[in-house]
Design a protein around this ligand. Structure first.
Ligand SMILES: Cc1ncc(COP(=O)(O)O)c(C=O)c1O
Length: 469
């Protein structure tokens, strides 16, 4: 097969997969051992044989999860937007590293343009930003920037002999915060988890109490992260209520909007969930989650001047790589990045932005919220289901009701059965020891009928399991 025929065949494979991705079961499930047997990964390759390569592609597609299927309601991402897919293919075709302008001129300008758009949208005046490899790393970079801003000597001297630093997050914050505390030498013990109100939001009075305790014991509170949309419950910490505490104690206020930051696109949802965001010191937000760009697609914005990221990150001699063509401003994105080689993530994001626009993406977020409210209604109407915690936003945490102690085991078995039969994949998490099924409805093609179908399957399977037990 010559290269052109390879592309022709690939197009056919893509078309066929795309046409079927919402049909049938969402997965042809096999246990890991069975799947190993079916795939036969150890078979020797036949160099240069394109038929064999496409046979591997067929197997990959046949046994992968169809993430665009209406019954894939498990994760914070779903099948990707078409403009982003086009961008991803072109990115692979051109294979450049987005660390320098000279190797990636268009993507560098697209990334800067998008950062400018997002700074305007969020309302960070004189801000800085960068696409990173996801919100986990963006949270870490924000914590690092805060650490270095607190005491600029730490970049060179490290934490040795310094006043002990303390960071604060809500009790339901994402685990990447613990990892950041570990990686940055803060220590996980110095990451204080602040109690939440019944809606899953950080209690400012409790934060103040924790900070006061730290100060009394001689520690330095340097970083507070508000979560905008917690991973399990979808709770929003009250950013505006944290601002007076920042004024009093001088910490860096970061907002982790990996999941729920997309509310910023809709003026109504921004008023509801993100009051005060424009005054935060940094904000991270994933486009690959609620908005459907291909994984990974993230931005970290910093509200501390145009050099904030480069000041926090740059170290070592990069003169073999970076060129400053413009005397006023370094065009290269590498000096302000953790990585040297940088994947081009800007093209797909830019294409999505141009194709859908802010209004189109806002409508998607609003629709998702409306469907979550509908799912909540269905649960409340059903005698067999119950919400485990009140719904705050985009996460619906519920379970099938069973009498007695076996609730967790039963719901886990129910969810596993639905998965292995290829019917639906719904998330699972623990809240105060209670297992919850976490429904997320972010597929833009989803409608109320899909939610009805999901619950119909779940209830039927629950009844079947009850009869078996
Ligand atoms: C609130 C929150 N923050 C951070 C992350 C990590 O994001 P990423 O997967 O982009 O590293 C997640 C992922 O689910 C999240 O829910």
């Amino acid at each position: 097969m010559d290269d052109i025929k390879v592309f022709a065949h690939l197009t056919k494979v893509i078309e066929e997969y795309y046409a079927r991705q919402r049909q049938g079961q969402f997965l042809d499930y096999h246990s890991p051992d069975e799947l190993r047997g079916i795939l036969g990964l150890e078979q020797p390759g036949n160099p240069g044989d394109w038929r064999e390569i496409f046979a591997w592609v067929d197997k990959y597609l046949a046994y992968s999860v169809k993430t665009n299927h209406p019954l894939f309601v498990n994760r914070m991402w779903v099948g990707a937007n078409l403009p982003a897919i086009v961008g991803e293919i072109i990115t692979a075709l051109t294979n450049a590293s987005a660390c320098t302008f000279e190797s990636a001129p268009v993507s560098t300008l697209m990334e800067k343009y998008m950062i400018g758009e997002m700074l305007d949208l969020v309302g960070f005046k004189n801000g800085d930003g960068q696409m990173t490899t996801g919100s986990s790393n963006a949270n870490m970079i924000a914590m690092m920037a805060a650490r270095n801003a607190t005491n600029p000597s730490m970049k060179q001297a490290g934490l040795f002999g310094q006043q002990k630093l303390f960071a604060f997050v809500g009790a339901d914050a994402h685990y990447s915060m613990d990892r950041a505390a570990n990686i940055l030498g803060i220590g996980v013990d110095q990451l204080i988890k602040v109690p939440l109100d019944p809606m899953g939001a950080m209690l400012p009075a409790e934060l103040e109490r924790s900070i006061a305790r730290v100060v009394e014991s001689g520690g330095l509170p340097f970083f507070v992260a508000a979560t905008a949309g917690t991973t399990v419950r979808g709770g929003y910490d009250p950013i505006d209520a944290l601002l007076p505490l920042r004024a009093a104690y001088g910490f860096w206020l970061h907002v982790d909007g990996a999941w729920g930051g997309s509310a910023v696109l809709s003026p109504r949802l921004r008023r509801l969930y993100l009051q005060g965001l424009e005054a935060a010191d940094s904000f991270t937000w994933d486009f690959h989650k609620m908005l459907g760009s291909t994984l990974m697609c993230n931005i970290l914005l910093i509200n501390k001047g145009k050099q904030a990221l480069a000041t926090a990150l740059s170290a070592g001699d990069g003169s073999y790589l970076f060129r400053n063509e413009n005397a006023d401003e370094m065009e290269d994105l590498g000096p302000a990045s953790l990585q040297c080689g940088r994947r081009v993530d800007s093209l797909k994001w830019f294409l999505d932005w141009k194709f859908f626009g802010r209004e189109g993406l806002a409508a998607r977020v609003e629709k998702s919220l409306e469907l979550c409210a509908y799912a909540e209604e269905v649960i409340n109407r059903s005698p067999e289901l119950e919400l485990v915690v009140p719904r705050t936003s985009f996460n619906v945490c519920f379970r099938f009701k069973v009498e007695g102690e076996k609730n967790n085991d039963f719901n886990l078995a129910l969810r596993t059965r639905l998965y292995k039969e290829g019917t639906t994949l719904v998330g699972v998490a623990y809240l105060d020891g209670k297992l919850v099924l976490r429904l997320l409805v972010i597929n833009p093609a989803a409608e109320r009928a899909d939610i009805d179908t999901f619950f119909r399957h779940l209830i039927a399977k629950g009844r079947e399991l009850l009869r078996e037990s």
